[in-house]
Design a protein around this ligand. Structure first.
Ligand SMILES: *[C@@H]1O[C@H](CO)[C@@H](O)[C@H](O)[C@H]1NC(C)=O
Ligand SMILES: *[C@@H]1O[C@H](CO)[C@@H](O)[C@H](O)[C@H]1NC(C)=O
Ligand SMILES: *[C@@H]1O[C@H](CO)[C@@H](O)[C@H](O)[C@H]1NC(C)=O
Ligand SMILES: *[C@@H]1O[C@H](CO)[C@@H](O)[C@H](O)[C@H]1NC(C)=O
Ligand SMILES: *[C@@H]1O[C@H](CO)[C@@H](O)[C@H](O)[C@H]1NC(C)=O
Length: 394
């Protein structure tokens, strides 16, 4: 056994299970609502264990992504409304979840178009900020927190294409699809599906402003969408929506004392399936549980478990240069856009866009294998589609 894996195994056995408690989940939905769900782990019937406990119209007309600040009990929601860099008309909403089942809108402000993901970061004297990836808006913006109704962007980065693209229909413009922090919390990375770039921004620790660094050029036609760092912090995995592959990059930091110290080096690009192939489909989310070498990727539209799609399970501990695909299992719904793993590693919540449903799937914290469906609930308008799900902090 790989020594890292042995260490992780022994530490995960100690964490025990918090399965005994009921769990809150929040859902953003393209039907213009934020839903609160409750999962009862003691109820063995997957048809009734997951229930709807609150419906709130908020976050503009296309709520697309949720971010939770557990320290302030604030849920942030970005709205994907708006169709171009100049149209504006997206929004950012802050909700108080002190009463976990009853989110309450505290503040809301306008943003650029097409917000699809956000990340909270720290800087300055205990100050917090949020960065937003704007897909249709071909941009990245940041806001100081706490958010007020009068908040305006601290910074806005507008991107343009600088060269020919591989897939003109999807790569008509830059399309940043996610923003996430590096393991040192000093950089924000943003995979740009339209420009085949991994954009890199250094966080100025004194005031939270970002310095745009040289972007990493991916293999043409990859269409990078989401990313996750290994728990050891030395490897970055990126799902490529257009190539339907996952890339492994080693991460290094130079000591030149310049802000843009992070660099990436490509190691491997594979189809995330044990057979090396997948039916025509689009990979989307990628997640790595805490203390784990296991990697989960959602595959949208392959219908390998018809009428459901697929979750790919991979492991980084058994390869020197990248990932080893281990298994494919059902996403228990259609078009798994997002996937989140519970803090204790025992439960996976899948946000299935086209079936407009959340599936709770059992995860074996020792082997990493996904197992039975523990809960399933259709939420909101199936026509509009569900955009994301996250675990609450209870
Ligand atoms: C759950 O619902 C599905 C679809 O209605 C049904 O086929 C299945 O038997 C139900 N499962 C249980 C445990 O009742
Ligand atoms: C954005 O603009 C569209 C079209 O004008 C409008 O229908 C929609 O309500 C606006 N959304 C927000 C959040 O203001
Ligand atoms: C901010 O806007 C929200 C939603 O429109 C409203 O409920 C709240 O009272 C406003 N806050 C302030 C301080 O005006
Ligand atoms: C598909 O998912 C549903 C829950 O949405 C589940 O009841 C059914 O067993 C799944 N079928 C397969 C083949 O995965
Ligand atoms: C793949 O996952 C399925 C469903 O959990 C399980 O039955 C099967 O044993 C796994 N296959 C391998 C090769 O681990």
């Amino acid at each position: 056994m790989h020594p890292l894996k042995a260490f992780i195994l022994s530490s995960s056995l100690l964490t025990g299970s918090v399965l005994a408690r009921g769990r809150t989940l929040y859902v953003s939905h393209y039907d213009g609502h934020i839903y609160t769900l409750k999962f009862d782990p003691k109820n063995p019937d997957p048809n009734t264990s997951l229930t709807l406990s609150n419906t709130l119209q908020a976050c503009g007309s296309m709520p697309s992504w949720l971010e939770l600040d557990t320290y302030t009990n604030t849920l942030y929601c970005v709205d994907e409304s708006g169709t171009s860099q100049t149209s504006g008309n997206g929004s950012l909403t802050a909700l108080d979840i002190t009463a976990p089942k009853k989110p309450r809108v505290v503040s809301e402000t306008e943003t650029l178009a097409g917000g699809v993901a956000s990340v909270i970061y720290d800087a300055g004297d205990d100050e917090k900020f949020i960065a937003i990836a704007h897909y249709e808006g071909s941009s990245l913006s940041t806001f100081p927190l706490p958010l007020t109704n009068d908040s305006s962007a601290l910074q806005t980065f507008l991107f343009t294409l600088t060269g020919p693209v591989t897939d003109p229909s999807r790569q008509d413009a830059p399309h940043p699809h996610e923003v996430f922090l590096d393991p040192t919390n000093s950089f924000i990375l943003s995979p740009d599906l339209g420009a085949d770039l991994i954009r890199i921004f250094a966080i100025n620790p004194s005031d939270g402003t970002l310095t745009e660094c040289d972007a990493y050029k991916t293999t043409p036609g990859n269409g990078p969408r989401h990313g996750a760092f290994s728990n050891q912090g030395d490897t970055l995995y990126i799902t490529n929506e257009l190539a339907n592959t996952v890339s492994t990059y080693t991460v290094s930091y130079n000591d030149n004392n310049t802000p843009c110290a992070l660099s990436l080096d490509l190691q491997q690009e594979i189809v995330p399936s044990p057979s090396g192939t997948l039916p025509a489909s689009f990979v989307a989310e990628i997640r790595i549980p805490r203390h784990s070498t296991e990697v989960y990727i959602t595959v949208r539209g392959d219908q390998s478990f018809a009428p459901n799609d697929t979750i790919a399970f991979l492991d980084e501990s058994s390869s020197a240069t990248g990932l080893t695909p281990k298994n494919l299992t059902s996403s228990f719904g259609a078009y798994p856009r997002t996937l989140v793993i519970s803090e204790d590693g025992c439960l996976v919540a899948v946000g299935n866009q086209k079936s407009s449903s959340v599936a709770i799937v059992e995860r074996d914290a020792e082997t990493g294998e996904l197992g039975a469906l523990l809960g399933n609930l259709e939420v909101g308008s199936v026509e509009a589609g569900l955009s994301s799900v996250i675990w609450g902090s209870d």
